[in-house]
Every structure is written in structure tokens, then in C-alpha cells.
Design a protein around this ligand. Structure first.
Ligand code: NDP
Length: 309
């Protein structure tokens, strides 16, 4: 069985930053890219809020740059997905792609989170050309335009309020007749004049043409009718799903599945196993935070290996 010093699972900003720091500390490091090589940023368009890129950068290109930087210091980057884990003994064991097991002295889990989607074919079709799951990332492109946000939680309210600051009109599509969001967040929505809440509405289909999204067709459950709204952007805010299942037999998670880390560190409850980025961060969920967590995870792993391995 192959023996690896530091195994990093996931290839978003957390995984690659951890690899850069670990390799520069002289640790033999292997990165398995996971289901979406490069992570969630490869599924968006331009990134304009990552420091160091004054003119913005394409998300896919940025992740290629992260990868090249990690490889420059010796990280071995491989295709592959962790499918099973055995953290019951040392060395730690991880199965890749349902086939071979590898052994590692330390593991950094940086498998990220996935935005939940409604599951409509039109949503898939317009992903990246009008359909987005991140207002902070993509809202700027809809300046002065009309958009819709679907969801009724804190994220939906926060994103609707954020978008209202730059868009002409924001429709908030809510499937029930109440919001799940905190009272304070609800007040912000109700006090923002260019947000219109569409109570008891469900999305039937996102409409568009070769240039992207042009509208949305909705079931108005309150009146039993179908309505269409003209919009340029459709934002999903119905929750995220941390990619932690494969580690859950061993690693402690919260009620939503986010991996629990100790204080400011990236240490999990399993010695030698660390977690960084969106898989352990339900709150900040931005690339720059994930990168910072990757750095912390590598430093924690380095210290742990020096003391224990
Ligand atoms: P939540 O799970 O809290 O809310 C998801 C929302 O999406 C609900 O209103 C739900 O409707 C709706 N929804 C789910 N599935 C569908 C669907 N298929 N069609 C239509 N609507 C759907 O997720 P959030 O991302 O909003 O929040 C996650 C956690 O993060 C929460 O604990 C939240 O408080 C926290 N958070 C805190 C913030 C802050 O404090 N600043 C900011 C953002 C998040 P329904 O209500 O009917 O179930």
C-alpha cells in the first residue's frame, strides 16, 4: 500500500494553499482533486474579490494558478475521490475511487461544500450565464438589472439585501408564506424598497436565450396561477451541503454536516486529521477564507507531525 506523508483531499483554495505551505515546509504532499477539480470557483465566472487580481480573474484560471503554484513546490496532484476512510488506527487509511487504499501520516480534508440546486434542467443549462449560487461572487455583473433570489433563510435574505444595493429590482422567491430567516434579517428585507417578496411561489423553469437568462416562470401557489418575471440573473440560496459524509464515521460534524474544528485551529477530533475551507465553515464561505484555513491546516499538520510522527 502506498504511504504518503500528508494527504490532502480536495483541490479548491483550501486544498491548494495547504499544499503550498506543506511542500514549502518539506513535507511530502499528495493532493487528490476530488469530484470537481479546482472546486466551486471553477463553476463561476470572474472572481473580482480575491486580493491580488486588480482586474479580476477567471475562476478556472485562478484555480489553475493555485495548482501550478502547489506543483512548483513539489505537490503531487492526482485525479481521484476519497470513497472510504479508516481513521481507527495509525497510519490513517483512505480509499480512492472505490479501488486502492493509501496510507497517510496526516490528512487534510478540504472537500468543500456544494450549493444546493433546485434540480431543474434549465438551471443546469444557464449555470454561469445567469444562474449563480453566490451573490457575493457574481452580483456585481447584474448592476442596474433585475434579478431573483430563491430561498427563505438567512442566506437568501442576506443575498437579496446585498443584491438590492446594486440591482434595480430583486424578487425573493419564497415557497411558504413565512421566512425561515432571523427576525433581524427579515426586517432588512421588508425595509428594502426594491425587494419584492413573492410568497408561496415555486420555480417552474428558468427562461433564457443564447445570451443567458431572460426570465423565470413561477407557480403562484396562493392563487393557483403561473406567472413570469423578466430577470437577468437567478440566484440560488436554498442552502449548502458540506462534502463530509465519507469522513463521518470518524470525524465529528455539526447537525448540518460541517466538520467541527477546535478553536482557531483546523484540528478535528481525530489526531492527525485536519479540516479546512467550506467543509468546516458554514459562515464565511469565501475563497480567501478557505485559502487562509488551508494555510492554518498545513501549519497545524506540520506541528502535529513534528510532535507525533
Ligand atoms: P437554510 O437551510 O436556513 O434555509 C434554506 C431556505 O431555502 C429555507 O427557507 C427553505 O425553505 C428554502 N428551500 C430549501 N429547499 C428549497 C427548494 N427546493 N425550493 C425553494 N426553497 C427551498 O439555509 P441558509 O443557507 O439560509 O442558512 C444556513 C445556515 O447559515 C443557517 O443556520 C443560517 O442561520 C446561517 N446563516 C447565517 C447568516 C448570518 O447570520 N449572517 C447568513 C447566512 C446564513 P423552507 O423555509 O420552506 O424550508
Amino acid at each position: 500500500m502506498e504511504k504518503i506523508q500528508l494527504l490532502i483531499l480536495g483541490s479548491g483554495p483550501a486544498g491548494y494553499t495547504a499544499a503550498i505551505y506543506a511542500c514549502r515546509a518539506g513535507i511530502q504532499t499528495v493532493v487528490y482533486e476530488g469530484l470537481v477539480p479546482g472546486g466551486q470557483l471553477t463553476q463561476t465566472t470572474d472572481i473580482e474579490n480575491f486580493p491580488g487580481y486588480p482586474n479580476g480573474v477567471n475562476g478556472f484560471q485562478m484555480m489553475e494558478d493555485f495548482k501550478a503554484q502547489a506543483q512548483r513546490f513539489g505537490a503531487q496532484v492526482r485525479y481521484g475521490l476519497a470513497t472510504r476512510t479508516d481513521f481507527s488506527a495509525r497510519p490513517l487509511r483512505v480509499e480512492i475511487d472505490g479501488a486502492d487504499w493509501v496510507e497517510a501520516t496526516a490528512v487534510i480534508i478540504a472537500t468543500g461544500a456544494s450549493a444546493k440546486y433546485l434540480g431543474l434542467p434549465s438551471e443546469e443549462k444557464f449555470k454561469g450565464s445567469g444562474v449563480s449560487a453566490c451573490a457575493t461572487c457574481d452580483g456585481f455583473f447584474y448592476k442596474g438589472k433585475d434579478v431573483a433570489v430563491v430561498g427563505g433563510g438567512d442566506t437568501a435574505c442576506e443575498e437579496a439585501t446585498y443584491l438590492a444595493g446594486m440591482c434595480r429590482k430583486v424578487y425573493l422567491i419564497v415557497r411558504r408564506d413565512v421566512l425561515r430567516a432571523s427576525k433581524a434579517m427579515q426586517e432588512r428585507v421588508f425595509n428594502t424598497p426594491n425587494i419584492e417578496v413573492l410568497w408561496r411561489h415555486r420555480t417552474r423553469e428558468i427562461l433564457g436565450d443564447a445570451n443567458g437568462v431572460t426570465g423565470v416562470s413561477l407557480d403562484n401557489d396562493a392563487e393557483g396561477t403561473v406567472v413570469t418575471k423578466d430577470i437577468d440573473g437567478f440566484f440560488l440560496a436554498i442552502g449548502h451541503h458540506p462534502n463530509s459524509e465519507v469522513f463521518q464515521p470518524w470525524v465529528e460534524v455539526d447537525e448540518q454536516g460541517y466538520i467541527i474544528t477546535e478553536g482557531k485551529s483546523c484540528r478535528t477530533n481525530v489526531p492527525g486529521v485536519f479540516a479546512a475551507g467550506d467543509v468546516q465553515d458554514p459562515t464565511y464561505r469565501q475563497a480567501v477564507n478557505a485559502a487562509a484555513a488551508g494555510c492554518r491546516a498545513a501549519m497545524d499538520a506540520e506541528r502535529w507531525m513534528a510532535e507525533n510522527a
